[in-house]
Design a binder for this molecule. Structure first.
Ligand code: 5AD
Ligand code: SF4
Length: 366
């Protein structure tokens, strides 16, 4: 029995892989071995969270951002971007479309702003969504770093979940990817504040970044465990040509398959380690392969975030180049997603919130 076989058997017996085993899994190249890894993760997913996909309708409400992350297409320093912000009315209408379409939840995402006007605007919008949907929609926010007070206010106004990616859990790599005034420590504090404010809390990283090692990825997985997070949203890094980080990976086009594979391996390892959390099969997987999100489900993910933003605004929200679904309206993407899910024998949790089981285990809440 080789090393890979014995690691697989251990996992099947319920023994958690150590860092050495994770390294071997994350560096797998052999197609048959990869398929075995994905199928082990899929079994764990089936046992802990079932073969049901939850949809979160994604509203990208503004590309105005006060930050300057070196990898991101809508960073403040990119003057080529036309900036927009949806009105409250537009946001509410889009979320009501999600409700009518039986999506149990929505995600409100935007560039980062923490000025009082923005904080009030979000609070007001949350109250309006809660009122108009009669509290039937689960609401996730993905609006970056904020004060504890802001998190508390937004929670009170009706949001239950929050996604804040750590981007890389290794402080040294984090600092290479961000300007000097972006603080790793503050970001970690925000994750703790989110948990304290009562949110189902999600984080995640980019995979296949310049300078990133297998050890960094193992550190990311251990970080998810250590912080006891409920949800994971992570995906492969994709180059955006108008960003400073683009020059660190001139060979990106030749690496697309590799990036996809790394993304899938991370999903599988996260499922094996964290078991009952929600894991998103992200759009970045889809950008690398038209079947990417389906493959994400087969590697252990159980959540999808179909874009429901009006197509008029989509071109303005390109975090990376080649983002799919630019012209596909929400109705069309719903149909194609549905078909791809049914094709792999899974069902869709229509009208369900699909809260992460881990949240109940972590907090003891009913
Ligand atoms: N490639 C992949 N993901 C990216 N993000 C930002 N820029 C890129 C990129 N070039 C991700 C970040 C952020 C999320 C909203 O989008 O992880 O948290
Ligand atoms: Fe702004 Fe988020 Fe992009 Fe950073 S990753 S520049 S915070 S939108």
């Amino acid at each position: 029995m080789n090393n890979f076989d014995s690691i697989c058997r251990d996992i099947e017996k319920g023994i958690e892989p150590d860092d050495g085993a994770l390294k071997l899994l994350l560096e797998l190249e052999d197609e048959a071995e990869l398929q075995r890894l994905f199928s082990i993760a899929y079994d764990i997913k089936t046992r802990y969270v079932g073969r049901k996909v939850y949809f979160r309708g994604l509203v990208e409400l503004s590309n105005i951002c006060t930050k300057n992350c070196l990898y991101c297409g809508i960073r403040k320093g990119n003057s080529k971007v036309n900036r927009f912000i949806l009105t409250k009315q537009e946001i509410v209408e889009e979320t009501l479309w999600a409700l009518k379409s039986h999506y149990g939840s929505v995600v409100l995402q935007s560039g980062e702003r923490s000025d009082p006007e923005f904080v009030d605007f979000i609070e007001d919008t949350l109250r309006e969504i809660t009122l108009r949907s009669e509290g039937k929609l689960g609401i996730t926010l993905s609006l970056g770093e904020q004060s504890f007070e802001t998190y508390r206010r937004w929670f009170e106004a009706g949001a239950q979940r929050y996604l804040l990616r750590i981007e890389s859990s290794d402080p040294e790599l984090y600092h290479k990817l961000h300007p000097a005034d972006h603080s790793y420590e503050e970001r970690v504090d925000c994750l703790r504040h989110l948990q304290k404010a009562g949110f189902q809390t999600g984080t995640g990283v980019m995979i296949g970044l310049p300078f990133q090692t297998t050890e960094n990825l193992i550190h990311d997985l251990r970080f998810f465990q250590k912080l006891d997070i409920d949800m994971i949203g992570m995906g492969p890094y994709l180059v955006h040509p108008d960003t400073p980080l683009a020059e660190a990976m001139p060979e990106f086009e030749a690496k697309r398959k590799h990036q996809l594979k790394m993304g899938l391996k991370m999903i599988a390892c996260a499922r094996i380690l964290l078991k009952d959390v929600n894991i998103a099969s992200t759009t970045a997987l889809q950008a690398l392969d038209s079947n990417g999100r389906q493959q994400g489900l087969l590697a252990g993910a159980n959540v999808m975030m179909p874009n429901i933003t009006d197509t008029r605004y989509r071109a303005g929200y390109q975090l990376y180049a080649g983002k799919p679904g630019m012209n596909e309206n929400s109705e069309e993407s719903k149909i194609s997603l549905e078909q791809s899910i049914l094709a792999i024998g899974e069902t869709i949790g229509y009208d369900e919130w699909g809260n992460p089981k881990h949240f109940y285990q972590r907090t003891g809440k009913e």
